[in-house]
Design a protein around this ligand. Structure first.
Ligand SMILES: Cc1ncc(COP(=O)(O)O)c(C=O)c1O
Ligand SMILES: N[C@H](C=O)CCC(=O)O
Length: 428
């Protein structure tokens, strides 16, 4: 595979952009590689500057649930830009977007749009502190909530990939207000509330953690968190930036029948453009400025082009059989990968829910960050490289989740399964 143009661009990029990338996980640092530079994308495929084609399982890190550049989103955005790129005034499409989110997610009475998932989680914890008048936030090790100062404590995703789960630049005084606990550990949560109960403003979590691999709640962990927060007057914040509208219309909360107080959204609701949102119960959301004392704002928040892209994507999800297609494609991939693992005698752990999946290079059951860290990086590296050389793009880090889009074809999936089988054989 010729990647000379990508290599030249990376050299130029590194001279003027830290690490040559605008978000660390793109740098291929952990897999000792050179990132490919994308020229165009359509459906489930990426084309790089050298003309190589890849079946993509990153999907812009989640937003591209219908695949890249879906015709309907491109047409809607094309139409919207003829009326201007943004006005800094309220628009009809923002109201349509808010009504759609409120209709799909029963725990949300009111919602405020932001320009990223980071802004959504940052605003949500400020709101929780403002509403409760308390200072501590509980998060879980390996969960990633964007690059919010006080949430870059035991963080997943690029922070974990780059070996910096506790970022430099976060004052000790901020980090001291974040209590990081192991996911799925009810006893640790109980002890934190026993020690600090009346000072805990909120628990924030990815209900299905997907930034240190992908793992799931067990033994009614989410129900336990709902109960203990309610008993102590703390808020429960579900960060569904990744899972919201990806796993169905009402996210993980819908799957488990849990009502969080605040929900953070992003990725899919932007249709590929920069969007985030946080929403929840009316009495909590009414604490947000201009109604209440918690300040929150954004020059480009609710940008009409981004709202148009996101709303078009949500309507497509509502009006087509996309979720059942995603489940079928996911099941096909899972069956193929499990067979490849069995055929090659590899005992690795594979997790999937709907269109999200993760292969851990460990035989251990994975229920938290510590389990996820037992996965072998030495095996992931050549596995990743072998796939890439076969034109299949999995995440350049074992701590990220794979995404399938409704634009993947059965033949894409079968090609991928064959590539995975060859990659597994090649690592022995
Ligand atoms: C669960 C979760 N929360 C928050 C974020 C932050 O979103 P963004 O990168 O749009 O700021 C991300 C991804 O980056 C995420 O996966
Ligand atoms: N895992 C991250 C978000 O979900 C990856 C996106 C990024 O940080 O660039």
């Amino acid at each position: 595979m010729n990647t000379s143009l990508s290599q030249q661009l990376f050299t130029r990029g590194k001279a003027v952009i830290p690490g040559g990338v605008n978000s660390p996980v793109r740098a291929f640092k952990l897999v000792d590689g050179t990132p490919f530079f994308v020229r165009s994308a359509k459906g489930a495929h990426l084309r790089d500057e050298d003309g190589n084609d890849y079946i993509d399982y990153i999907g812009t890190w989640g937003p591209a649930i219908l695949g890249h550049a879906p015709d309907k989103i491109i047409a809607a955005v094309g139409d919207a830009i003829t009326r201007g790129l943004g006005y800094g005034t309220p628009t009809a499409v923002e109201v349509d977007m808010a009504e759609t989110i409120v209709r799909w997610i029963p725990s949300i009475d009111k919602v405020r749009m932001t320009s990223s998932g980071t802004e959504a989680t940052m605003s949500a914890i400020r709101l929780a502190r403002g509403y409760t008048g308390r200072k501590y936030i509980i998060k879980f090790e390996g969960c990633y909530h964007g690059h919010v100062d006080s949430l870059l404590v035991s963080a997943g995703s690029g922070a974990l990939t780059c070996g910096k789960p506790d970022s430099a630049g976060v004052p000790d005084a901020f980090a001291a207000l974040t209590i990081a606990l192991p996911y799925n550990d009810k006893e640790a949560v109980r002890q934190a509330f026993a020690a600090h109960g009346s000072d805990i403003a909120a628990i924030i979590l990815e209900p299905y953690p997907a930034n240190a691999g992908l793992y799931f709640p067990k033994d009614n962990f989410l129900e336990y968190l709902r109960d203990i927060t309610a008993r102590h007057g703390a808020l429960l914040i579900f960060d569904e930036v990744m899972t919201g509208f990806r796993l169905g219309k009402d996210g993980v909360q819908g799957i488990h029948g849990i009502t969080p107080d605040i929900t953070c959204l992003g990725k899919v609701i932007g249709g590929g453009l920069p969007v985030g949102a946080f929403g929840g119960r009316a009495d909590i959301m009414d604490c947000v400025s201009p109604l209440g004392p918690v300040y929150q704002a954004g020059t480009l928040s609710g940008n009409p082009i981004a709202m148009t892209a996101g709303l078009t994507q949500l309507r497509e999800l509502e009006n087509t059989d996309a979720y059942s297609r995603l489940e079928n494609l996911g099941a096909r991939l899972e069956e193929g990968i499990r067979k490849a693992l069995a055929d090659t005698g590899n005992p690795f752990t594979f997790h999937r829910t709907g269109s999200m999946f993760c292969l851990f290079f460990t035989a251990k059951e994975v229920n938290n960050l510590q389990d996820a860290m037992t996965a072998s990086l030495e095996q992931y590296r050549p596995f990743f490289r072998s796939l890439l050389e076969q034109g299949v793009y999995f995440a350049p880090s074992p701590y990220e989740t794979g995404f399938i889009s409704a634009a993947h074809t059965e033949s894409d999936i079968d090609h991928t399964v064959a590539a995975v089988a060859r990659a597994l054989k090649s690592i022995g």
